[in-house]
Design a protein around this ligand. Structure first.
Ligand code: ATP
Ligand code: RIB
Length: 314
């Protein structure tokens, strides 16, 4: 069974700098790269590189970035038939600064991603019959995310929302449509309305989100790992010890690993551990899509860390 990703496709314009510049400051960087990214596209590539059939629904602009982004997705075996080329604006762009301490900040200019609407949800509809999991994020308009979640829920497809970038105003009607939500620490604080400082506050926030109607809450806690609260149990999945080079797209790698595991029939705990391994591998390499591991790389990493991967075949 397949995974569908409904979301954003960006070209990342990445500046490497000694530190994050202060407001009004001009800083000389070390180097510059254009790297395929976008939360939706990153998650699609993460799933597809693990060998799971993956389809992307989204929009690119009619420009050189759009063509390069499409080629990148296709090279990773993502089915791009449901990606629309938008004539009226540019492809999504993310301006990213990564400093010597691997901290980053990101400015997104949505372009074609910002025009996603219910016509894109119409392209999604016929694909749902073959799908096991729908992956959503918040880099495309919320109305379209809502409509996609509603349709997938009606079709019995597992709906996973990565509520990134952070926002406080998710409609109450969205929560009950979500089988799994995967906020990071900042997003959890924004959604719950109080700071997440430790496991105890993360647990409280997960309970709040469940009370709003979400099934399972997986809180991503950076190098502290992840806290998973299902309707029946709560467990922690520690981060794998790695040398971090660049955490851009760690969250996307995590969501891709999770969706791939669930689509292959893994139990939630094992799928979450796979997610942590995919994310750990991604932080060891620079950039968004170039940092996402293949199935072979993941298997070697899991073996090295003494994890038996209970890979279930799709
Ligand atoms: P992003 O940097 O893409 O926005 P995020 O903020 O959404 O990521 P994080 O909580 O930073 O998400 O990371 C997601 C997951 O990646 C974590 O739950 C963890 O499993 C893994 N991870 C993140 N940082 C590290 C690290 N330094 N070492 C090992 N694993 C990591
Ligand atoms: O999650 C990382 C992604 O966020 C980057 O690839 C960038 O495009 C932004 O959307």
């Amino acid at each position: 069974m397949s995974v569908i990703v409904f979301g954003s496709i960006n070209m990342d314009l990445v500046a490497r700098t000694p530190r994050i510049p202060a407001p009004g400051e001009t800083l000389t960087g070390h180097r510059f790269e254009t790297v395929p990214g976008g939360k939706g596209a990153n998650q699609a590539v993460a799933v597809a590189r693990l060998g799971i059939p993956t389809q992307m629904v989204g929009r690119i602009g009619n420009d050189a970035f759009g063509q390069a982004l499409l080629r990148g997705l296709q090279a990773s075996s993502v089915n791009c038939d449901a990606i629309l080329t938008e004539a009226t604006t540019h492809s999504g762009v993310a301006m990213i600064t990564v400093d010597d301490a691997s901290e980053n900040n990101i400015v997104i200019i949505p372009g074609a991603n910002g025009l996603i609407d219910t016509t894109d949800v119409e392209r999604l509809q016929p694909l749902l019959a073959q799908a096991k999991v729908l992956l959503l994020q918040l880099e495309v308009p919320l109305e379209a995310v809502m409509a996609a979640a509603k349709l997938a829920k009606q079709s019995g497809v597992t709906v996973i929302l990565d509520p990134a970038p952070a926002r406080t105003d998710l409609p109450t009607a969205l929560y009950p449509l979500l089988d799994i939500v995967t906020p990071n620490q900042v997003e959890t604080s924004q959604l719950a309305g109080f700071p997440i400082t430790d496991l105890e506050t993360a647990r409280k926030a997960a309970t709040v989100l469940q009370q709003r109607g979400v099934g399972t809450v997986i809180t991503k806690l950076g190098k502290q790992g992840a806290l998973c609260m299902t309707p029946t149990e709560t467990f922690e999945i520690p981060a794998f010890p790695v040398q971090a080079v660049d955490t851009v797209a760690a969250g996307d790698a995590f969501n891709g690993g999770l969706a791939a595991g669930l689509a292959a029939g893994m139990p939630l705990r094992e799928a979450t551990q796979q997610a942590a391994a995919v994310a750990a591998l991604s932080v060891t390499k620079a950039g968004a899509q170039p940092s996402l591991p293949t199935r072979t790389e993941l298997d070697a990493f899991l073996t090295k860390h003494g994890v038996t991967n209970p890979r279930a075949d799709s």
